[in-house]
Design a protein around this ligand. Structure first.
Ligand SMILES: C[S@@+](CC[C@H](N)C(=O)[O-])C[C@H]1O[C@@H](n2cnc3c(N)ncnc32)[C@H](O)[C@@H]1O
Length: 372
């Protein structure tokens, strides 16, 4: 059994997808909770999770969980954990966290207690009164919920949605983790065309291309724990090699269109950075007259909601016109459309076969599914 416990926060609604990803990677005791997924594994799984997960936000190493109803309990519980196993003498260990429904509700006070407790532990292990904190970053995170403290080390650094391919955003870019989740929920495996007629900066087609060729999303970026001394560099190389061995070549029909030429230009640029420009095509096109040949395929898309980009009425007009265009598609086509608009189905002109609640940041949305 794996000796380490990992906690991976996710956007609300993506927990079960992330849990499936972990099981496919061979992690043990995978457990999806509200907004996070836990699993157990060994040190070698730490790079594997960071490099491979498409729907997780970051990989946290859970150092310990204990009751903390007062500052003493928080201090003693934190000091009892084996921080020296991971944090060397010169490591920097800033602390951040949150508290909810707990007696210890002042986050700055908890931060300073945790910092003091870790410093006390490391100081006595290394025989130092003052720790230099000049080395690599070991970001400590705590969460105190209902008087139970969880102490963690962040292994990822920048969130895992930062794949390293988004040069700059457009007005309302979709988070890469959510785009990947939409493509995964459409059960896209690289067969048949996949189209996004409201592609913006191209996140959905780019994530689809990465999924089609089974390219790990973290191969083009770095992670905090790559600088950790306790982790042999070899483990990162092995994780990257393993991921690259699982890639395959193929011919895919992946397309993105947008009315805005600047968005299309940006999408092309992002596809280049993601090294999938040969697999995805982007064109300036109007979704109101969207059409595609072939008896089967998928449309996975994220149109304006009328909350941020354009007014509600305009969004409704757009949904109406897009609904008419959709009616012309043969039965073998499926549509997966994300919107927060409460009147989407009515204006689109058809009730969804299935809906799934997903959160685009703080915005509650539905993924409307047709043709299932
Ligand atoms: C919510 S954004 C999509 C964001 C995209 N998923 C991303 O990650 O960047 C919606 C996009 O729809 C585009 N749009 C609006 N009306 C359109 C139309 N009639 N045809 C095609 N695109 C349209 C906008 O230019 C905008 O880029």
């Amino acid at each position: 059994m794996g000796e380490l416990t990992f906690g991976v926060p996710t956007l609300f609604g993506l927990e079960s997808l992330c849990a499936d990803e972990m099981r496919r990677l061979g992690l043990e005791e995978v457990k999806a909770e509200n907004g996070r997924v836990l699993c157990r594994g060994g040190l070698a799984d730490l790079p594997r999770l960071n490099v491979n997960l498409r729907t997780g936000e970051r990989v946290l190493l859970i150092m310990g969980t204990f009751p903390a109803e007062n500052f003493d309990a928080l201090f003693e519980g934190t000091r009892a954990l084996p921080w020296e196993r991971f944090i060397p003498q010169e490591g920097q260990f800033p602390v951040k966290g949150h508290s909810l429904n707990s007696a210890l509700h002042s986050v700055p006070a908890c931060q300073s207690i945790v910092k003091k407790a870790v410093a006390a532990r490391l100081g006595s292990c290394y025989g130092l009164n003052t720790l230099p904190e000049t080395g690599a970053l070991y970001q400590i995170q705590f969460s105190i919920m209902k008087d139970t403290a969880v102490l963690m080390l962040d292994t990822s650094g920048a969130g895992l949605h930062k794949r390293g391919y988004r040069a700059q955003g457009v007005d309302a870019p979709l988070r890469e983790t959510l785009a990947a989740a939409m493509v995964m929920l459409s059960r896209y495996r690289g067969k048949d065309p996949l189209c996004d007629p409201f592609c913006g900066s191209g996140t959905i087609p780019i994530e689809a291309a990465l999924i089609a060729k089974n390219r790990a999303p973290g191969l083009n970026r770095s992670f905090s724990a790559q600088r950790w001394r306790c982790l042999d560099k070899k483990l990162w190389m092995e994780a990257a090699d393993e991921a690259m061995d699982r890639e395959f070549d193929g011919d895919y029909e992946i397309w993105g269109g947008d009315l805005d030429p600047k968005a299309v230009e940006l999408a092309r640029h992002n596809a280049q950075l993601a090294e999938v420009e040969d697999l995805v095509r982007f064109d300036v096109d109007d979704a109101r007259t969207f059409h595609w040949g072939g008896l089967r395929g998928r449309v996975v898309t994220n149109p304006p909601y009328g909350e941020r980009i354009m007014e509600r009425r305009e969004a409704e007009e757009l949904y109406r016109a897009f609904g008419k265009a959709w009616q012309k598609f043969p039965e073998g086509w499926k549509l997966f459309l994300l919107s927060s608009h409460t009147e989407f189905e009515r204006t689109f002109g058809q009730k969804a076969d299935k809906k799934r609640k997903l959160y685009n940041g703080m915005l509650k949305c539905d993924l409307f599914m047709y043709g299932l």
